[in-house]
Design a protein around this ligand. Structure first.
Ligand code: ZN
Length: 393
């Protein structure tokens, strides 16, 4: 991606106090007075004042971003302090938005800080995001990510995304006018529970600094028009290997929101979109999950197993994994199909994205088919990873 024009026009002037404070920026030839004036005029909204929001907010404040908004409704918990360095021990129990505002005003009293103590949802997202030039998302749940993505596409705003888990992190800049959006990269949310949150799976605290600093860097680049932003590229960081690699991400012409014929033209119900799944299903998939690649290997190796499509007949008609039998999920859940299932070979279930097959898997385990497995990501993963010629739907 070649460099893009600056997102923000420069402020008319810069004060003596600002010259003193930002002198190390002002003497960088490619940044200089104009870059600083653009930051002064910039309005950036951070979604979340947690692990990623902490370094993002502190560095953007220190850098002189003129207006910084913070969306956060949570309060500081002791378990946050291991990574959310914007908050301190004396902030435990306080609203994070207030604690974060206090910290960054202390770092830089020359900027404006606006707090939005709301839970972002479809009813308020467009209004909250609209006044800002650029959005930085540091949330760790899928409904909010899709919500922020869709709101940014609809408002035509760039959005710097970051995500962390255990020892790994990812970051990118989604800007549908110039490249892909989050849905182009991840068209379907993972089934809930398949990707544990940091609260469930843990995260190395310092990872927040690695990914948050990439997000703050990209925000500054996009605002001032310097360098090549991560538009159309995904940065993948592995702290254990200490490697950074970038993966190209194409804009998907079939993307439901930024593609040629968008089907999503307004904000939707993101909790419903990201699905609900039972505790039994979450339990059942542990140790009983195949990737599409593993399924392909089993087929290639001539292994004897019984592959079951648990979707509805209409979906099976659109596309299916070869050599599979159609048994809709409810036939398994209500026990009607159990008698027809083979006892002498392993059963492998799949659906569209891995949610329904996880539910059916729990039923099979309960009915005594203890070695039954399911395919993570369903037929969409198969299409994506094994046979891109097949139609995704
Ligand atoms: Zn898209």
């Amino acid at each position: 991606m070649p460099s893009l024009p600056p997102l923000v026009e420069p402020a008319d002037e810069i004060t003596v106090a600002e010259v003193r404070r930002y002198s190390r920026h002002l003497i960088i030839p490619d940044f200089a007075m104009n870059g600083q004036k653009r930051l002064k005029n910039a309005k950036v909204l951070a979604i979340g004042a947690g692990g990623l929001g902490s370094p993002v907010l502190m560095y953007l404040a220190a850098a002189g971003v003129g207006t910084i908004g913070i969306v956060e409704f949570d309060t500081v918990d002791e378990s946050n302090l291991q990574r959310q360095i914007i908050h301190g021990a004396s902030d435990v129990g306080r609203p994070k938005a207030e604690s974060a505002r206090e910290k960054i005003q202390e770092i830089n009293p020359l900027i404006n800080v606006v707090i939005h103590e709301v839970r972002l949802d479809s009813s308020n997202a467009l209004d909250v995001l609209a006044p800002y030039d650029l959005i930085v998302d540091g949330t760790d749940n899928f409904p909010t990510r899709y919500l922020v993505n869709d709101a940014c596409v609809l408002l035509n705003k760039p959005y710097v995304w970051g995500s962390i888990f255990r020892f790994e992190g990812q970051a990118s800049v989604f800007w549908s006018e110039h490249g892909p959006c989050y849905r182009c990269l991840y068209p379907e949310p993972p089934p809930p529970g398949m990707v544990p949150s940091c609260a469930e799976g843990g995260v190395l605290g310092v990872l927040c600094a690695s990914i948050g600093s990439i997000q703050a860097t990209e925000a500054i680049k996009v605002l001032t028009g310097i360098g090549d932003p991560l538009v159309g590229r995904l940065m993948v960081y592995d702290a254990l290997d200490m490697t950074y690699r970038t993966v190209r991400v194409q804009k998907d012409p079939e993307c439901p929101i930024c593609g040629k014929n968008p089907t999503v033209t307004e904000l939707i119900d993101y909790e419903a979109f990201c699905g609900e799944v039972s505790d039994e299903a979450l339990e059942a998939v542990i140790g009983h999950t195949l990737t599409a690649r593993e399924l392909k290997d089993m087929k290639d190796n001539g292994e004897d197993f019984y592959l079951v499509d648990v979707r509805e007949p209409a979906e099976n008609e659109i596309v299916k994994i070869p050599d599979s039998v159609l048994i809709p999920k409810d036939e398994i859940l209500f026990g009607r199909a159990l008698a027809d299932l083979p006892q002498d070979k392993p059963i492998v279930l799949y659906c569209k994205s891995g949610i329904r097959s996880a539910e059916a898997l729990a039923s099979l385990h309960a009915a005594g088919f203890g070695n039954a497995k399911h395919v993570q990501g369903g037929v969409l993963a198969w299409i994506n990873q094994i046979d891109p010629e097949l139609p995704a739907y």
